[in-house]
Design a protein around this ligand. Structure first.
Ligand SMILES: *[C@@H]1O[C@H](CO)[C@@H](O)[C@H](O)[C@H]1NC(C)=O
Ligand SMILES: *[C@@H]1O[C@H](CO)[C@@H](O)[C@H](O)[C@H]1NC(C)=O
Ligand SMILES: *[C@@H]1O[C@H](CO)[C@@H](O)[C@H](O)[C@H]1NC(C)=O
Ligand SMILES: *[C@@H]1O[C@H](CO)[C@@H](O)[C@H](O)[C@H]1NC(C)=O
Ligand SMILES: *[C@@H]1O[C@H](CO)[C@@H](O)[C@H](O)[C@H]1NC(C)=O
Ligand SMILES: *[C@@H]1O[C@H](CO)[C@@H](O)[C@H](O)[C@H]1NC(C)=O
Ligand SMILES: *[C@@H]1O[C@H](CO)[C@@H](O)[C@H](O)[C@H]1NC(C)=O
Ligand SMILES: *[C@@H]1O[C@H](CO)[C@@H](O)[C@H](O)[C@H]1NC(C)=O
Ligand SMILES: *[C@@H]1O[C@H](CO)[C@@H](O)[C@H](O)[C@H]1NC(C)=O
Ligand SMILES: *[C@@H]1O[C@H](CO)[C@@H](O)[C@H](O)[C@H]1NC(C)=O
Ligand SMILES: *[C@@H]1O[C@H](CO)[C@@H](O)[C@H](O)[C@H]1NC(C)=O
Ligand SMILES: *[C@@H]1O[C@H](CO)[C@@H](O)[C@H](O)[C@H]1NC(C)=O
Length: 442
């Protein structure tokens, strides 16, 4: 301690030694580490430090150096991405099979926007045509630091309208991770979803700052905050999100999930689904608790979206319907709404523009034990005078839908909610009407 007051200088000095293959004392290296945040403290202290090298040149790919540093420090180490350095990543990073590792991101990781290259080389996540720049998996991996992950999404958002089949990478893909956390870092300009949590369990996300907005007329499409898929025991908390799609989305087989203390701005709400997209599959979403959410400038607040039992083509890249499954035990408790189109949404007609078609082919995916509690605030003019849309595809496909202490009003004070095919007696005095103004298609 004390030799280097400037971490940057220290890092550069040590990097030069590392490049020359010189021995650097672990006691010096460990002074460069960020303190471990709450969720990382749950796992054993790391006893080695590796510094990831950067060429400091955006035309050079830092991926192989990063991979070496990670391999050197795997099984009990701590990798530092040094403060003020930018790491350019121009090729995919297979970070599966990690064990007992901390990734301490103090600098910036910037993914190149060479669409031709990434289309041919990104990881195929085999779900909804999602791909990724890297895949992080293994056991006991903690990612944190005050740094940033930059997805340079603008080029991807600009290319998408002309090529709807373009496979855009997820910015931060956790695939097959058991035990771990992601805290503090900033995620910027995701080409597609910001996070996917896939085939993983016991993962906590805390204190993140997600921000993706387009600087031109090409919308930041599909920039979901989190998509959880085939994962169990996940926490997402204490984060702020500005994007152009779901704030959090519970995709097939999301179970035992806690989402709390989020501020979502410009999103499409916190959504279960879409589910039931593939006829050969069975989708479960169970034991979800969403609490203390501020939702502003959004199309939705609390939403459940399920495909009907008939095939439809929502867009070139999104087609489906007919899948089976169950949504059970989902609670939204504590949501402050401002400038949302709908506060509450249940649809079993996702992807189908003709609602009558859905009533003719009721969903094979039942929805049971859903509670909307302590939800209040204002909707905008989009569906005024209606503030919510609770529409099941038959009287038999939804049960146990409850509302308590819900007060959502349009700017004119109206509080009508479209209610169809559910028991209105358990809706806590929601002002139900048969009148429907439809729902947002995305
Ligand atoms: C470092 O940590 C690893 C993994 O926890 C452990 O196996 C190893 O014994 C530790 N080494 C020392 C010197 O503490
Ligand atoms: C990533 O590496 C793991 C080994 O750790 C390997 O099993 C897997 O096939 C690799 N994935 C890809 C897509 O290359
Ligand atoms: C983008 O990647 C393609 C394919 O790998 C390559 O031929 C091209 O030179 C790259 N473009 C730039 C600007 O780096
Ligand atoms: C994936 O993209 C292809 C076209 O590239 C499309 O036919 C298919 O329906 C898409 N799959 C999903 C699940 O969206
Ligand atoms: C998350 O925020 C809550 C409320 O502000 C706070 O009590 C809790 O300690 C925070 N959790 C973490 C891991 O920082
Ligand atoms: C609710 O979330 C906000 C952040 O949006 C946080 O400041 C506040 O402490 C949380 N309240 C509770 C009771 O955790
Ligand atoms: C909310 O979103 C708008 C654009 O959609 C953005 O300009 C604004 O900065 C965001 N607010 C916050 C607090 O991030
Ligand atoms: C969800 O889990 C069930 C039972 O555990 C399994 O049968 C089903 O195939 C899974 N569905 C998906 C989409 O992974
Ligand atoms: C419902 O989900 C909550 C939150 O995940 C869980 O604590 C509770 O035990 C679940 N209840 C049932 C009946 O499964
Ligand atoms: C929502 O949008 C309004 C108007 O654009 C803006 O004043 C407000 O700051 C936004 N909310 C957030 C959280 O940024
Ligand atoms: C859905 O509900 C119907 C009618 O109550 C029932 O026959 C069916 O078995 C349920 N399906 C599932 C997957 O729970
Ligand atoms: C229900 O909505 C109608 C039409 O806006 C309104 O006249 C009535 O007062 C509302 N009822 C309640 C209980 O809020």
């Amino acid at each position: 301690m004390g030799i280097f007051k400037q971490p940057l200088l220290a890092t550069l000095f040590l990097l030069s030694l590392a490049v020359q293959g010189a021995f650097v004392d672990e006691r010096f290296l460990s002074t460069l580490r960020s303190p471990r945040p709450f969720h990382a403290l749950a796992s054993q202290q790391r006893n080695r430090t590796c510094i990831a090298p950067s060429h400091g040149d955006p035309s050079l790919d830092d991926a192989s150096g990063i991979l070496s540093a990670i391999q050197d420090c795997n099984n009990g180490g701590h990798v530092v991405f040094a403060e003020k350095l930018t790491y350019t990543i121009a090729s995919p990073l297979n970070l599966t099979g990690l064990n007992a590792l901390d990734l301490d991101i103090q600098g910036t990781l910037s993914f190149t926007d060479n669409i031709t290259y990434w289309e041919a080389n990104s990881f195929d996540l085999e779900y909804q045509n999602a791909t990724s720049f890297f895949a992080l998996g293994g056991k006991d991996v903690h990612v944190y630091g005050t740094g940033e992950i930059e997805g340079n999404g603008q080029a991807w958002w600009d290319a998408y309208p002309g090529n709807k089949k373009l496979k855009r990478p997820v910015l931060f893909a956790v695939v097959g991770l058991e035990g771990g956390s992601v805290s503090q870092i900033k995620l910027r300009n995701a080409p597609f979803w910001h996070n996917i949590v896939m085939e993983s369990k016991y993962i906590a996300y805390s204190g993140l700052d997600l921000f993706s907005t387009s600087n031109n007329g090409n919308f930041e499409k599909n920039t979901d905050g989190w998509d959880i898929y085939r994962s169990d025991n996940i926490v997402i908390e204490n984060s702020t999100i500005t994007n152009g799609d779901d704030c959090v989305s519970f995709k097939p087989n999301s179970t035992n999930i806690l989402v709390q203390n989020l501020r979502c701005n410009g999103t499409h709400g916190i959504s279960v689904g879409s589910l039931g997209q593939y006829p050969e599959r069975v989708d479960y979403v169970e034991n979800i608790l969403v609490r203390n959410i501020t939702m502003e400038n959004s199309s939705e607040g609390a939403r459940i979206k399920v495909w009907p039992d008939s095939y439809s083509e929502k867009s070139e890249s999104l087609t489906g319907g007919g899948g089976r499954g169950l949504v059970r035990n989902v609670t939204y408790d504590g949501m402050r709404l401002n400038n949302v189109d709908y506060g509450l949404t249940i649809t079993q007609c996702y992807g189908q523009d003709d609602e009558e078609e859905c009533f003719k082919h009721p969903s094979k995916l039942n929805i049971t034990d859903v509670t909307f509690r302590n939800i209040r605030g204002r909707t905008n003019r989009v569906f005024s005078p209606i503030v919510g849309h609770l529409v099941c595809s038959s009287p038999y496909t939804c049960s146990g839908i409850l509302a308590e202490n819900v007060d959502i009003r349009t700017i004119n004070g109206s509080n009508l909610v479209t209610c169809r095919n559910l028991d209105t007696k358990s809706l806590g005095g929601l002002n139900c009407t048969e009148w429907s103004k439809g729902y947002n298609p995305a």
